[in-house]
Write a protein that binds this ligand. Structure first.
Ligand SMILES: [Ca+2]
Ligand SMILES: [Ca+2]
Ligand SMILES: [Ca+2]
Length: 624
């Protein structure tokens, strides 16, 4: 027999079927779920290699799987898993089989957390405290410079990690309880990239994603902040002190380093690719313009933030399902109470409707506040749920941040503008289905601090807090504002809370560690928060204007025959306010006392209430 030629050997090799590589499993999302959940079956997304042609060989007791779908690259597999409502909690293994072999996908059935005291939602009865976990308090030094993500810690640099973490939050919960807040919102705790973010540079230098808004894993807590067990511990510890927890979620985009960017689970996972996509043009007004077209809206809905943040395509049913399950998973594993949703307008309203319906179905009490950073109340109100708007969509979103009011507050109380403009902002309340549900604020992480506004003073900040904590809405206190912390544009507005680090020279968490100015604001905010807690009219009362001028203003909050009268004088001289008592429901002889200034009294006489207001002061006159 002649020896085969080299050419023949090559031809034979090409003809022979290549032995398929064995499959592998790298990640299973969600990693766990619950029997008896409103989402059943749950859809698992398995990331791996060599998943072409995969079938489920076995799924474990109490699980039943549906058809399998694999992406063209063989790197992602989707499969529905129905869970027997009586299935016992515990680990399961979904075994996948291909021509090349088998691979095991770990999965777990969890026992649902007791509902009592969890999934509570928030309302005007609450006061929310926003903190950036990297910047609030450092409870664990061991995660400051982890082996997995070394070299990103530098407290001298505003855009590096500073070491704050969930343990630090747990340790400071008593401080927050004493301050009088009843809910905390943390900037995202998702796992962010473990190296410098070379795509988002400042002054030509790479920075870190210390802020948490660049997720590389939507199912993990960043290793610098803690882990899932610590998160659960934080939620339980907060609940034990009567403090609710609000998670910051981002449905619009992933971080630029998410593994999906190079290897998308489906062909339409993102709107575009890293190489070819629209840039976001921020034209949110086109989204509520009856004369707009889908073409006009596309860059705003599908463009990549800053041209670098990959825009998730919620029109891909797998993306929509992934995001809804992810939201419910975080709630279910932690027992959290509310969600702050980032960049709300940049996602189709019809997705929010679907997302909100899924949340309410499983957790009817849970509430969502959406971020629409705009000063136009017509635009912001368009997104509040409760009624279908002209586009036929009821977003279902519980509430939004009151940015239109925020700008008026900054102008009036920091920059020496007119109080009348604040009253005028409130005059737009009729645009909202429920203005009393709006989350009101004088600061947060995306704007320069109040104290760094031109013209700002501690007295102005105190007056702004008097308004914030006595007016309609659910007030939000940005960490550090209660001690008059200064700070310009991001990241200067995200300075470390003094005393949150063991090596700090002083601790503003204690009265002894505060400067007189810090203490003047802290004691004022604390007094107001506690007053609000014990005075239902300040939380739920009808708001009635008694007098409005440029430098003086008085309104009442009226509820069930009780009333509190709130007054301001931003001028440089004493002001006497002669107010009608009737609209506040106050009758002659009713004694009132300023809850903020001991000894200041007033009495209704002849249907009038006379208040003498010192320069640069605010007062809350209530029944003693
Ligand atoms: Ca730490
Ligand atoms: Ca990380
Ligand atoms: Ca988008």
């Amino acid at each position: 027999m002649p020896r085969p030629t080299a050419a023949l050997v090559l031809a034979l090799a090409l003809a022979a079927p290549a032995a398929a590589a064995p499959p592998s499993v790298l990640k299973v999302e969600p990693p766990s779920w619950w029997p008896g959940h409103s989402i059943d079956p749950v859809r698992l997304m398995v990331r791996g290699t060599g998943l072409h042609g995969a079938e489920v060989a076995s799924a474990g007791v109490g699980l039943r799987t549906g058809p399998v779908k694999v992406n063209a690259a063989g790197t992602y597999l989707f499969v529905d898993v129905a869970i027997d409502p009586k299935a016992a909690p515990g680990p399961r293994t979904v075994t996948l089989r291909t021509a090349g072999g088998t691979a095991e996908a770990p999965f777990e059935l969890l026992a649902p957390l007791p509902r009592e005291g969890r999934f509570q939602g928030f309302s005007a009865d609450d006061a929310i405290y926003l903190l950036m976990p990297d910047r609030f308090a450092n409870g664990e030094a061991s995660n400051d410079d982890p082996a997995r993500s070394p070299g990103l810690l530098d407290r001298a640099k505003g855009r590096y990690y500073h070491g704050g973490d969930l343990r630090g939050v747990i340790e400071r919960l008593p401080y927050l309880e004493d301050l009088g807040v009843t809910a905390i919102w943390l900037n995202p705790w998702y796992d962010n990239v473990d190296h410098l973010n070379e795509r988002e540079t400042y002054d030509g230098k790479a920075i870190t994603d210390y802020h948490g808004y660049g997720a590389v894993d939507f199912y993990a807590v960043d290793e610098r902040l803690g882990d899932l067990a610590t998160l659960r511990e934080m939620v339980d510890a907060a609940h034990a002190l009567g403090i609710k927890v609000i998670q910051d979620q981002v449905a619009n985009h992933s971080g630029p380093y998410h593994p999906w960017v190079k290897d998308p689970p489906t062909a339409t996972w993102y709107n575009g690719t890293a190489d070819k996509h629209l840039a976001n043009t921020w034209q949110t007004w086109t989204l509520q313009d009856p004369h707009s077209t889908p073409e006009m809206q596309r860059p705003t809905l599908e463009g990549w933030f800053l041209d670098i943040l990959p825009d998730l395509n919620q029109d891909d049913p797998e993306v929509a399902r992934y995001t809804i399950q992810n939201t419910l998973w975080w709630a279910g594993v932690s027992g959290l109470d509310g969600i702050r949703q980032d960049t709300l307008p940049y996602v189709h309203r019809r997705f929010w409707k679907e997302w909100m319906a899924a949340i309410k179905k499983e957790y009817p009490g849970l509430t969502v506040v959406g971020e629409l950073l705009d000063g136009d109340p017509a635009l912001v109100s368009f997104y509040q749920g409760g009624e279908a708007r002209f586009d036929g969509v009821d977003s279902g979103v519980d509430t939004l941040f009151d940015f239109p009011l925020f700008y008026a507050l900054r102008e009036a109380f920091a920059r020496g503008g007119s109080l009348r403009e604040v009253a005028k902002a409130l005059a737009r309340d009729h645009l909202y289905r429920d203005a009393s549900a709006l989350v009101t604020l004088v600061g947060l992480h995306d704007v320069p601090r109040f104290m760094s506004e031109p013209g700002a003073s501690a007295a102005g900040l105190r007056a702004a807090f008097t308004f914030l904590l006595t007016a309609r809405g659910t007030p939000l206190v940005y960490y550090g504002d209660e001690i008059a912390m200064p700070g310009g544009a991001d990241p200067d507005n995200r300075r470390d809370f003094p005393g949150g680090w063991r090596e700090d020279a002083r601790s503003a968490f204690t009265a002894a560690g505060r400067t007189p100015e810090e203490q003047s604001v802290h004691s004022h905010v604390r007094a107001l928060l506690h007053l609000r807690q014990r005075t239902p009219a300040l939380r739920r009362g009808r708001m009635v204007n008694l007098h409005v001028a440029d430098e003086t203003w008085a309104y009442a909050r009226v509820l069930d025959g009780t009333a509190a009268v709130i007054a301001f004088n931003t001028g440089a001289a004493n002001a006497t306010l002669d107010l009608p008592a009737g609209p506040a429901g106050l009758s002659d002889g009713t004694p009132l006392e300023d809850a903020l200034r001991s000894g200041a009294r007033a009495e209704v006489a002849g249907g009038r209430l006379l208040l003498v207001m010192p320069p640069g002061s605010s007062a809350v006159f209530a029944h003693p």
